[in-house]
Design a protein. Structure first.
Ligand code: DGL
Length: 262
């Protein structure tokens, strides 16, 4: 496998940019291909079979471009298709799931709220995770149909998003909040308003560290030089012009998140 080859990142839309932002911070010299399956967005309200078909198509497009690793930067796509991708490709395929384990450990018996798409919460992968931790504290599952759509259409710092969240969180008390969909990191500042003292955890940081570790272990880290980002989409006319704005926004949000964590 070629160390200079790009890393492929995949999401149904803009959500995976929250993982890309972290990767750029950790591994700025790598070449990235970001693929958004915008033509089939949103995944969260679709059937597992429909999501799988979209993911396999996007993965094939990235494999054709010779990626050295595939990062499924979408909880819903991971739940629906990670096993199929691993069976199909020789390069490492890494995915993301709601960060329930660290959340339950951080909460130490206090309450944890998980926000995710309907499909993620319904899938076997999450059911198993939930069963493993349900005894360790109060876990509140909040499915959020339409929330990723708000983010995708740029509503993550405005009254529309605030109104949605205020309905979703009505009566919910949580010491730790898990963002179980990569789109939701864009809502970090608003979610913080609803849970001022709580820990807000998402799986993006863990996934980015896993990417680093795996590339290192397999001798696949690129040797210096400039990094690059190539953006692909199943609806390029819609997605490409919007990418930069989302990327800049996520970098400013990540600066707040990291500041809070240090
Ligand atoms: N970003 C995706 C996730 O992490 C979901 C968005 C969608 O519904 O397509 O689950």
């Amino acid at each position: 496998m070629n160390r200079e080859a790009p890393i492929g990142l995949f999401d149904s839309g803009v959500g995976g940019i929250s993982v890309l932002g972290r990767l750029i911070n950790l591994l700025p010299r790598e070449n990235y291909i970001y693929y958004a399956d915008t033509a089939r967005f949103p995944y969260g309200d679709k059937s597992c079979a429909e999501v799988k078909a979209g993911v396999l198509k996007a993965a094939a497009a990235m494999a054709e471009r010779g990626v050295k690793m595939l990062v499924v930067a979408c909880n819903t796509a991971t739940a629906a298709a990670i096993e199929d991708l691993r069976a199909k490709y020789d390069f490492p395929v890494l995915g993301i799931e709601p960060a329930l384990k660290p959340a339950v450990e951080t909460a130490a018996g206090k309450s944890v709220a998980i926000i995710a798409t309907s499909l993620t919460l319904k899938e076997e992968k999450f059911r198993r995770l939930f069963e493993a931790y349900r005894e360790k504290g109060e876990i509140i599952n909040l499915k959020a149909p339409g929330l990723a759509d708000l983010v995708e259409s740029g509503h993550y710092r405005d009254e529309m998003a605030r109104a949605y969240l205020s309905e979703l969180f009505a009566g919910v008390k949580a010491d730790t909040v898990v963002l179980g969909c990569t789109h939701y990191l864009f809502l970090w500042e608003l979610i913080r308003e609803f849970f001022p003292g709580a820990e807000i955890i998402d799986g993006g940081e863990g996934l980015a560290r896993n990417v680093c570790r795996t590339l290192e272990e397999q001798g696949l880290l690129k040797d210096g030089g400039e990094g690059s980002i190539t953006v692909l989409s199943s609806d390029e006319a819609l997605f490409l012009p919007r990418f930069d704005g989302f990327f800049q926004d996520i970098l400013s949000i990540l600066a707040l998140v990291s500041h809070k964590m240090t």
